[in-house]
Design a protein around this ligand. Structure first.
Ligand SMILES: NC(=O)c1ccc[n+]([C@@H]2O[C@H](COP(=O)([O-])OP(=O)(O)OC[C@H]3O[C@@H](n4cnc5c(N)ncnc54)[C@H](O)[C@@H]3O)[C@@H](O)[C@H]2O)c1
Length: 363
C-alpha cells in the first residue's frame, strides 16, 4: 500500500446516518483534521436530521450518487448495517476512498479476504475501528498490567450482562438487521457486541492458540433470539488464559446513556488484581478502574469513563493517522481478521461440543 498522508484537512463523508452516527460524529466535531463534505443515507428523514450538524455538506441517497456527483472525497466513515458491510466496503474502496468501518467486519473469512483484496486493488486503507481500545479505563488497565504492578499475570475474566430495560432507543430497523445476522448464526451478544470483548483480549494479551466455547440461545420475543447463556475460554500463546461469560437479565433495569450492557474486565496477577467496573452502561457505579495490590486498593476517580468518548478518540486517531500515517491503526483490516478468527473459533468449538480450536487453523 502506497499511502501518502494528507497535508490538508481530510475531506470526509458519512455513509449511513443511523443510531451510531450520534457517537461517531464526536470525532468530527471541532476537529481541524477534517472537513465533512457529504452525508449519505437512503432515508430522507435521516439526511434532513443530520444536515443540521453539517449545513455545508452535500447529501445523497447512495454512495453511487455521491461518487458520480464529482465532489472530492478522501475518506468515509462507513456506518452501514452489518449485512451490507462486505459489498458496501468493496464499493466504497472502488470509488477510491479510504474507509473507516464499524465492527463486526463481516461474517466469514472468504468475505474478509474479498475486502482486503479490494483495499489492495484500489490502493486504499481499510480500517476496522475498535472504540473499546480507546476507552480510557481499559487503556489504564493495559498500562497497569504492563507496568508490572500486578506481578506476572495469572489470568483474566470478562463479564457481560445484556439487560432489557433502560438505555437509549434503538430503531426497529437496527433490530431487523440483527435478526438477519442471528439467522446466519452471528448473534448480537457473541458476535456483534462481543466483537469488542474479543478485540480487547487480543489487544491486552496478544495472539490466541486455543478457544473453547459453549454458545447458548434464548428467545427474547417470538422471532428474536439472542446468543446467551454463553461461556468462552481461551489460551493466549503466552499461556495466559481468559474466560468470558455472557448472561441475559431481560427484566433488569440498567442505567445507561447508550445500550444496556453491563460489562467488566478483571485481570489477576501473582500480586494483585485490576478491574474495570463498567463501560457502555453504568452498572457498578464505583470508580471505573480499581487496582488491588499488597493489601491496598487504589481507585481511579478521574478517568474519562463516558463510553462515547471512546468513539471520539478512536475517530480522532483515524483522522490524525490520515495526516501522519504514523503508529498502529487500531485496527488495520488484517488485525480485525484476527478478531473474526477468534469469533469463528468459538463457533467451531461450540458446534464440536466445546473442544479446543486453534483460530489460525480455520480456512
Ligand atoms: N462500535 C460500537 O460499539 C457500535 C455500536 C452500535 C452499532 N455499531 C455498528 O454501526 C453500524 C451501524 O449501526 P447502527 O446501529 O447505526 O444501525 P442503524 O440501523 O441505526 O443505521 C444504519 C443506517 O444506514 C442506512 N443505510 C442503509 N443502507 C444504506 C446504504 N446502502 N448506504 C448508506 N446508508 C445506508 C440506514 O438508512 C440507517 O440510517 C453497524 O455496523 C453496527 O454494528 C457499532
Amino acid at each position: 500500500m502506497s499511502f501518502t498522508p494528507y497535508d490538508r484537512p481530510v475531506r470526509a463523508a458519512f455513509i449511513g446516518l443511523g443510531r451510531i452516527y450520534d457517537l461517531n460524529v464526536r470525532a468530527y466535531e471541532h476537529n481541524p483534521d477534517v472537513e465533512v463534505v457529504a452525508l449519505v443515507d437512503p432515508s430522507e428523514e435521516r439526511r434532513a436530521q443530520r444536515q443540521a450538524d453539517w449545513p455545508g455538506a452535500a447529501t445523497f441517497a447512495s454512495a453511487a450518487e455521491l461518487a458520480s456527483s464529482g465532489l472530492e472525497v478522501d475518506a468515509v466513515e462507513a456506518l452501514l448495517p452489518i449485512p451490507l458491510h462486505v459489498e458496501g466496503v468493496i464499493e466504497l474502496l472502488g470509488h477510491g476512498w479510504h474507509v473507516n468501518l464499524q465492527k463486526p467486519m463481516c461474517n466469514d473469512l472468504a468475505s474478509a479476504q474479498r475486502m482486503l483484496d479490494a483495499a489492495a486493488a484500489n490502493d486504499r486503507v481499510l480500517r476496522v475501528m475498535e472504540n473499546y481500545l480507546f476507552y480510557e479505563p481499559l487503556r489504564k488497565l493495559k498500562e497497569t498490567v504492563e507496568s508490572g504492578a500486578l506481578g506476572e499475570v495469572s489470568g483474566y475474566h470478562m463479564k457481560m450482562v445484556g439487560s432489557g430495560r433502560g438505555g437509549w432507543d434503538v430503531p426497529t430497523s437496527s433490530y431487523r438487521w440483527q435478526v438477519q445476522q442471528m439467522q446466519h448464526g452471528r448473534g448480537v451478544l457473541v458476535f456483534d457486541d462481543g466483537w469488542h470483548k474479543l478485540a480487547t483480549a487480543l489487544w491486552l494479551f496478544g495472539p490466541i492458540k486455543e478457544v473453547r466455547a459453549w454458545i447458548g440461545r434464548s428467545e427474547v420475543v417470538p422471532g428474536f433470539d439472542v446468543d446467551a447463556p454463553t461461556t468462552i475460554v481461551w489460551e493466549h500463546e503466552s499461556g495466559i488464559r481468559g474466560v468470558w461469560d455472557i448472561t441475559l437479565a431481560i427484566d433488569m433495569y440498567l442505567r445507561s446513556d447508550y445500550y444496556t450492557n453491563d460489562e467488566r474486565w478483571e485481570v489477576t496477577g501473582r500480586q494483585g488484581y485490576a478491574r474495570v467496573n463498567r463501560c457502555t452502561g453504568r452498572g457498578i457505579q464505583q470508580p471505573s478502574l480499581e487496582v488491588y495490590a499488597d493489601g491496598e486498593m487504589r481507585a481511579f476517580h478521574a478517568l474519562d469513563d463516558d463510553w462515547a468518548s471512546s468513539f471520539r478518540d478512536s475517530g480522532r486517531h483515524w483522522l490524525r493517522w490520515l495526516h501522519t500515517g504514523d503508529g498502529p491503526l487500531l485496527w488495520s483490516a488484517s488485525e480485525a481478521v484476527n478478531v473474526l478468527r477468534f469469533a469463528l473459533a468459538a463457533y467451531a468449538s461450540s458446534e464440536a461440543g466445546g473442544s479446543g480450536v486453534d483460530p489460525t487453523s480455520l480456512a
